[in-house]
Design a protein around this ligand. Structure first.
Ligand code: NAI
Ligand code: MG
Length: 344
C-alpha cells in the first residue's frame, strides 16, 4: 500500500518550504505507507506562463490519484489582473475543503511544561467575502464598489460541527464563536446562531463550554490574554485575520501550519503567503510547512507519524538550533533537510 501525496509548491517561498515538508515525510520510514509524491503546478507564475492559474490537470490528478496534498503559497497580485483568480481559493471550493484548521502553539521551555499559547483557529473556508462577487459601478459621486458576503446555514453548521468536535477532543473543551453580529446582524447573526445550534443537536457537545467574542475585541484579547482561547471558530475573513494575528504570539508566520479539510480530502498548507521580501535567499522558515505535513497525516489517522514530526521540530526549536532569521537566528532552509534526515 502507498500514500499518494500531491505537491503544489506554487509561488515564491512555497518552492523553498514544500521540499522540506517532503523530506520530513520521507524521513518517517515505515510509520506510514510508502509515500508517492506527485508534482503539480498552480499559481501566479503558472498563470503568466500558461494563462491559467489552476490547470485542469492539477485538479484532475488531485481528485483522481491523490490521497492528500500539500500546498505552498501563491503570489496573488493586489491589483485586478484580467483572467486571474487565486488557485488556493478555487481549490478549497472545488475540493469542498470547507474547514481551515490552524493550530497556533508556542514551543514550551521543556517537553513536560504546557505551551503558553495553545489554540486552534477554525476558519470557514468556502464563503463570506471570499465568494468574490465584487463589482464596480459609477454612481452620482463617482466610483462605487460592492462585494457580496455570503453566509449560509449549511456552511456555518458544518464548520460549527468541526469546531465542536475539535474542542471536544482537547483537554479544556472550550469554544469561542467569533462574529460581529452587533453590526452585521443578518450575516454574522446567521453564522452565530447556526454554530450555537450545533450544540443543542448533539448531546456530546454539552461537555463543551461556549463563549462568544466580537472580532475586534477578540484580536485585542488575543494579544493581552491569549490563554483564554482554546478553539475559536470564525467566518472566512475574520478567521484569516485572526490566525495571522495569532501567529505573532508564537514568533513568526513561518511556524504556523494549517490543513484545509473536507469530508473526503485534506490539504496541508502553511498559513503564510509567498513572502516576496525574502524569496530566493534560502532563509524561509520551513516549520509551518513541515507542521502542515504533520497535521495532514494526523487528519488521515497517522497519529504516531504526525507526533514524530512535531517532536522533531519542537526539539530543534526548543534547543534554539535551526532558528531562521524570522525567529532571530541565522539558519538556512536547507539545514532543515539535513536535520530531518538525521532524525529518521
Ligand atoms: P506573507 O505571509 O507572504 O509575508 C508576511 C511577512 O512574513 C513577510 O515579512 C514575510 O517575509 C514573513 N514570512 C512569511 N512566511 C515566512 C516564512 N516561512 N519564513 C520567514 N518569514 C516569513 O504575506 P504578504 O507579504 O502579505 O503577502 C505576500 C504574497 O503572498 C501576496 O501576493 C499574497 O497574495 C500572498 N498570500 C498567499 C497566501 C496563500 O497562498 N495561501 C496567504 C497569504 C498571502
Ligand atoms: Mg492569511
Amino acid at each position: 500500500k502507498s500514500l499518494t501525496i500531491g505537491l503544489i509548491p506554487a509561488d515564491g517561498i512555497g518552492k523553498e518550504v514544500i521540499p522540506a515538508a517532503r523530506t520530513a515525510i520521507e524521513a518517517l520510514g515505515s510509520d506510514i505507507p510508502t509515500p508517492k509524491f506527485v508534482d503539480l503546478i498552480a499559481g501566479f507564475e503558472t498563470f503568466t506562463r500558461t494563462g491559467v492559474a489552476l490547470p485542469e490537470e492539477t485538479v484532475e490528478v488531485l481528485k483522481n490519484d491523490c490521497d492528500c496534498a500539500l500546498f505552498g503559497s501563491v503570489s496573488s497580485p493586489s491589483r485586478k489582473v484580467v483572467g486571474y483568480s487565486s488557485p488556493i481559493v478555487a481549490l478549497r471550493k472545488i475540493l469542498d475543503l470547507y474547514a481551515n484548521i490552524r493550530p497556533v502553539v508556542s514551543v514550551s521551555p521543556s517537553p513536560d511544561e504546557p505551551s503558553k499559547v495553545d489554540m486552534i483557529v477554525v476558519r470557514e473556508n468556502t464563503e463570506c467575502l471570499y465568494v468574490k462577487q465584487e463589482q464596480q459601478t459609477f454612481g452620482e459621486h463617482g466610483k462605487e464598489a460592492r462585494a457580496t458576503r455570503l453566509i449560509t446555514e449549511r456552511a456555518s453548521t458544518r464548520i460549527g460541527k468541526m469546531a465542536f468536535e475539535l474542542a471536544l477532543a482537547r483537554p479544556r473543551r472550550h469554544l469561542t464563536v467569533i462574529h460581529k453580529s452587533n453590526v452585521l446582524s443578518v450575516t454574522d447573526g446567521l453564522f452565530r446562531e447556526s454554530v450555537r445550534a450545533v450544540q443543542t443537536k448533539d448531546p456530546r457537545f454539552e461537555a463543551v463550554t461556549v463563549a462568544e467574542q466580537l472580532v475586534d475585541s477578540a484580536v485585542y484579547r488575543l494579544f493581552r490574554e491569549p490563554q483564554i482561547y482554546d478553539v475559536m471558530v470564525a467566518p472566512n475573513l475574520y478567521g484569516d485575520i485572526l490566525s495571522d494575528a495569532a501567529a505573532a504570539l508564537v514568533g513568526s508566520l513561518g511556524v504556523v501550519p494549517s490543513v484545509n479539510a473536507g469530508d473526503t480530502f485534506v490539504m496541508g498548507e502553511p498559513v503564510h503567503g509567498s513572502a516576496p521580501d525574502i524569496f530566493g535567499q534560502g532563509i524561509a522558515n520551513p516549520v509551518a510547512s513541515i507542521r502542515s505535513a504533520a497535521l495532514m497525516l494526523r487528519h488521515l489517522g497517522y497519529t504516531e507519524a504526525a507526533h514524530r514530526i512535531d517532536n522533531a521540530v519542537d526539539s530543534v526549536l526548543r534547543e534554539g538550533q535551526l532558528l531562521t532569521p524570522d525567529l532571530g537566528g541565522t539558519a538556512k532552509t536547507q539545514e532543515y533537510h539535513i536535520s530531518l534526515q538525521k532524525n529518521s
